[in-house]
Design a protein around this ligand. Structure first.
Ligand SMILES: Nc1ncnc2c1ncn2[C@@H]1O[C@H](COP(=O)(O)OP(=O)(O)OP(=O)(O)O)[C@@H](O)[C@H]1O
Ligand SMILES: [Mg+2]
Length: 389
């Protein structure tokens, strides 16, 4: 665990970048530092590996003051990833990744084997090993940066806006990759971003900093969205926080109605048998059970083949209540289509059913019942630490 104890950083020109920061960064999970530009995120991160020394206060790593530890050993126990990857331009990809193992005195062969292993781990094709950084896309370079930081298997990863320079699609891919790697390796990751959505997506814990380097709130994303500590945090979270919070609620318990579903080759009698009181539609599927569209059961039975689009289905249990609600909102009938792993229709759910499930989820969470959700399942070692600051 990394612990900040009343840490202040005042630069020589008098700028107070970090002000009496106290923070407990839990082991083997992702803690995100988020806040507006200039609020002291980079300063805070760099104090952990002593690239910047605090003016006062202490930082403890596993209970030991980092000031008392040799700086080289400290840095080797911490991988460091920055925006634009910060790769050595005159070295090949494989040599970039092998940098720290080589510094640690590993022989060439072992360092390269390790580098190749890591390329695979971060989703880079081995054929890129001999290329130079300029021969890679921004997203690929960023993966190299992550691989390089992981090369000597350090317990701690410090990441300073690692994915900020790439487009939103590539960025989402990198975030998913990081979560996948984290599920396998269980590092203690401190991740800096100014993007609150990124923080919510990847963070187990989020520290919101305000200008002047003061901690505004420290909480898991679900709690942050549910109960921002003050107007600054609420403002920083932006609009839709109620809707966004639904991504932490599972759709597992949602009632799915399997009745109003018919295959495209159904007879008029079969369609009529599937018409359900109170539901003016039937969901028509192909012969494999995949959704095709909505139909009026009376008109369909009379031979009309018109289909109304169904939007985007959701997978109960795997998707969140946010996805279920989105599915219902996108569907012109107001009904969400539930599908299994193979994309076959399991049934439908009304907006009212989803609204009930949302109310139940809120009630459960308020009672402190911390249910693991579809999205939160990717976040291992969920912390139940409370709100401070
Ligand atoms: N070497 C320095 N000397 C003086 N002031 C500095 C120095 N480095 C940073 N600062 C100031 O300290 C404050 C915090 O800077 P820091 O780089 O930690 O912010 P940040 O939160 O990482 O911002 P950004 O999101 O823009 O990267 C800013 O006001 C910055 O101008
Ligand atoms: Mg910064």
């Amino acid at each position: 665990m990394i612990r900040f104890d009343a840490v202040t950083k005042r630069y020589p020109d008098g700028t107070e970048a970090v002000d009496r920061l106290s923070l407990e960064i839990p082991d083997r999970s992702i803690t995100v530092l988020v806040g507006p530009s200039g609020c002291g995120k980079t300063t805070t991160l760099r104090m952990i590996n002593r690239m910047i020394e605090p003016s006062s206060g202490t930082i403890l790593l596993d209970g030991r003051d980092i000031q008392q530890q040799p700086v080289n050993a400290l840095r080797r126990s911490m991988g460091y990833v920055i925006q634009n990857a910060g790769l050595f331009q005159h070295r090949t990809i494989v040599d970039n990744i092998a940098t720290v193992p080589r510094l640690l005195g590993w022989d060439r062969q072992r360092s390269r084997t390790r580098a190749m292993e890591l390329m695979e781990r971060v989703g880079l094709d081995p054929s890129m090993a001999k290329r130079y950084p300029y021969q890679l896309s921004g997203g690929q370079q960023q993966r190299v940066g992550v691989a390089r930081a992981l090369a000597a298997d350090p317990p701690v990863l410090l990441m300073d806006e690692p994915f900020s320079a790439v487009d939103p699609v590539v960025r989402k891919g990198l975030q998913e990759e990081l979560l996948r790697i984290q599920a396998e390796l269980g590092k203690t990751i401190v991740f800096v971003t100014h993007d609150i959505d990124e923080a919510i997506r990847i963070g187990d814990m989020i520290a919101v900093l305000r200008t002047g380097g003061r901690l505004a709130q420290f909480a898991p994303p679900d709690q942050l969205l549910a109960a921002p500590a003050d107007a600054f945090v609420e403002d920083f979270l932006g609009a839709d926080r109620g809707i966004r919070r639904l991504s932490f609620f599972t759709s597992a318990g949602l009632e799915i109605n399997p009745e109003p579903v018919v295959a495209a080759d159904s007879t008029a009698d079969q369609v009529t048998a599937r018409a359900t009181p109170g539901i003016p539609y039937v969901m028509v599927t192909d012969t494999e059970g995949r959704p095709l569209g909505w139909a009026d059961p009376v008109e369909r039975a009379a031979g009309d083949e018109t289909l109304v689009p169904y939007g985007r289905p959701f997978a109960p249990g795997r998707d969140s209540l946010r996805a279920a609600l989105d599915s219902a909102v996108l569907s012109p009938t107001g009904w969400a289509v539930a599908v299994d792993k193979e994309g076959r229709v399991m049934g439908v759910a009304s907006q009212e059913t989803i609204a009930d499930a949302i109310r139940r989820a809120h009630a459960e969470h308020e009672q402190g019942g911390h249910k693991q959700s579809a999205d939160a399942a990717a976040h291992e070692d969920e912390q139940s630490a409370g709100v401070t600051g």
